[in-house]
Design a protein around this ligand. Sequence first.
Ligand code: PEP
Length: 258
Amino acid sequence: MRKKIVAGNWKMHLTLPEAESLARAVAEGWTGHPTVEVLVAPSFPYLEPVRRIVEPSPVGLAAQNAHWEDWGAYTGEVSVPMLRSVGVDHVILGHSERRKYFGENDDILKRKTARALAHGMHVIYCVGEDEAQRERGEHFRVVENQVAAVLGDIADSEWQRVIIAYEPVWAIGTGKTATPEQAAEMHARIREIVARLAGDDIARAVPVLYGGSVKPANAAAIFAQPGVDGGLIGGASLKADDFLAIVRAAVETAEKSR
Ligand code: PEP
């Protein structure tokens, strides 16, 4: 059975003391569960201090981005070996905000993903259509292209470290959420795409998270959908109580499906 994963994307929020106090509250509130994994993704300068806080707990650490080269003259960038050296083993790649504001296309994301996987990182690869694409009925094709372009060539052994996050762009930070049915339908389609690329066993094993305005009030309904293996949480991950309530929803739905 696949684990549920709940990952908090803190984006470009919080001062260091705020990030530390959020990390402390999450680490204190999450004692672990065999079927649920919890991750937090602070911004780069806070990775090391947050790592020290969460290390004794089962809370894992993710970066929000990484470069495609190991080292070099890339002012302002952070590489996978740098992240590894501060104890980070998960990275979010392809978030729609990176695609939209920083011009990250599938070619760049393919290089970033390959580099991260080559260094043993776990990659949370984000995909999702925007509102216009959904209205035009192109959402399946858009997501299929994003998955195939970036994950099409990776080795079977590397798939074990791939997590896909379906995040409809129109639902991120907007308060609009995909209906549980829309999420279930896209998650099933993503698994079909992975089956075509890498075979049925890998498709059955790959975790597919939902992201987009997940809150304590809607988390259980979304997580209970077949094929939804947890969530990538933005706004609600900045409040420990809300984030921990979402984590509890993951535990409850994981327990029910056992
Ligand atoms: C995100 O940015 O990955 C996200 C899902 O944000 P929010 O939960 O705020 O919609």
